[in-house]
Write a protein that binds this ligand. Sequence first.
Ligand code: PLP
Length: 420
Amino acid sequence: MPVELDPLLFGEIDPPQRLLMGPGPVNAHPRVLRAMSADLLGQFDPEMTGYMEQVMALYRPIFGTKNRWTMLVDGTARAGIEAALVSLVAPGETVLVVNFGRFGLLLTEILTRIGARIETVEASWGEVVPLAAIEEAIARTSPRLVATIHGDTSTTMAQPLEGFGALCRAAGALSYVDATATIGGMELAADRWDVDVVTGGLQKCLGGPSGSAPITISDTAAEHIFARRHTEAGIRMKGLEDGQGPRISSNYFDLAMIMDYWSEKRLNHHTEATSMLYAARECARVALGEGLAARYDRHTRSGRAMAAGLRAMGLTVFGDDAHRMSNVTGVHIPDSVDGEAVRAMMRDTFEIEIGTAFGPLQGRIWRLGAMGYNAMKHKVLITLGALEASLRAHGFVLPLGEAVPAAIEAWDSAGVGETA
Ligand SMILES: *Cc1c(COP(=O)(O)O)cnc(C)c1O
C-alpha cells in the first residue's frame, strides 16, 4: 500500500542548499536558472526560431565544429545518445563499441535494442583503449559505426580521441562520441578529431539542469541519416507498412525529422522545450563569455587540486593518472571506513553530495566532481575540508590539516606543459 499523503499539505518547493560535488548533476549557474524563468514563446514565433539559430551558433565552438547541424535533442543526455544511435544504425549493421566503463555498456544496451551486430574493444575499468587496439578492432570487424565515450564518469577516465575519427573514416565507418561528461569542461574538437556525431548534456561541466542534449552532426552523417528515411512521396506511394528500407524506428529520436525542424523548413515535429532551450542557450553564453580555454583551465585546476588534497589525506586516487578526467576524481575508500556512512555525514552535516560508484567499483571508490559552476577553488577546498572531518569522525587516522593547503598549492601551480 502506498503511504497516504495529503496533497493539500505539500509546501512550495524549497530544497536544501546542497553543494553537488559528485559526478553530476551539479548546481546550475544562477544565470541559467534565471533564463529558465523567462516568458514562453510559441515554437514557430520568429523570436523563438531566432533563439534556435543562436543556439546552433553558440554550440559550434563548444563542440569545436563548423557543422551546420548543431542543435538540441529534447531530453536528458541519454536522449542525445539514443537519437544518434537509432538514426545512424539500422538493424543488422555492425557497430564497434570502444568500451571502458558503464556508459560504454549503455551504448551496447541501446544498440542491442536497435538490433545491431555489436563488436567491442575494451579496457578494464580505470584504463582507456589504445588507438592501436581500436585500429586493430576496426580492421577485424569492418563496422558501419564506431561508438565511444569521451569521459566515462563511471571510471573517471577520458579516452584520447586525437586520430580516432581518421581511423574510422579510413575504414569507411561513421563515428560517434558521447561527450556528456566533458562538454564545457574538457576540450571537444569534433572537426579536428574528424568524428561524425557528438552528443552532450547540460548537467555536468556546462552547469545547467539535465533535460537538454546538445548534438552536432557532420554533413556525411546527416546525408546518411536523411537517406535512411522514406520521402513523404515514397511513404504515400508504398504505404508505411511495406516500406522495405531501413527506416529509423523511432519517431521522437528521428534525427532527420529533428534536423527538418531545426532547418529553415521548420517542419513540425515535437514542441521545442522552450525553457530548456533558454537554459542551453545561457549555459553556452556563460561558457563562451568565460572563454573556453579559461574554462578548461579552471576544470584542470579543480581536478588537480582535488587529487592533491585527497593524496595529502593519505588516500589513493583511482585509475590511470595519465588519462584521468579533469572534472571527476575517483578515490579509493579506505578499508577501515564505511563509505556510505561517510557520504551520509558529508550530506547531513556539511550539505555536500559526493558520488558513490557502480558495477565493479561499487563500494570501492567515491567519485568527487568539480564541474561547471562548482569547478571553483573554494568549493573544492570546502569539500576537502568536510571530507577530512568526516573521515576523522569515522575513525580514519589521517594527517590533519594537510589536504586544504596541498589543494591550494596545486590550484595555484602551473600544471605540466603550462606556463605560469
Ligand atoms: C552523466 C552521463 C550521462 C547521463 O545521461 P543522462 O541521460 O543525462 O542521465 C551520459 N553519458 C555520460 C558519459 C555521462 O557521464
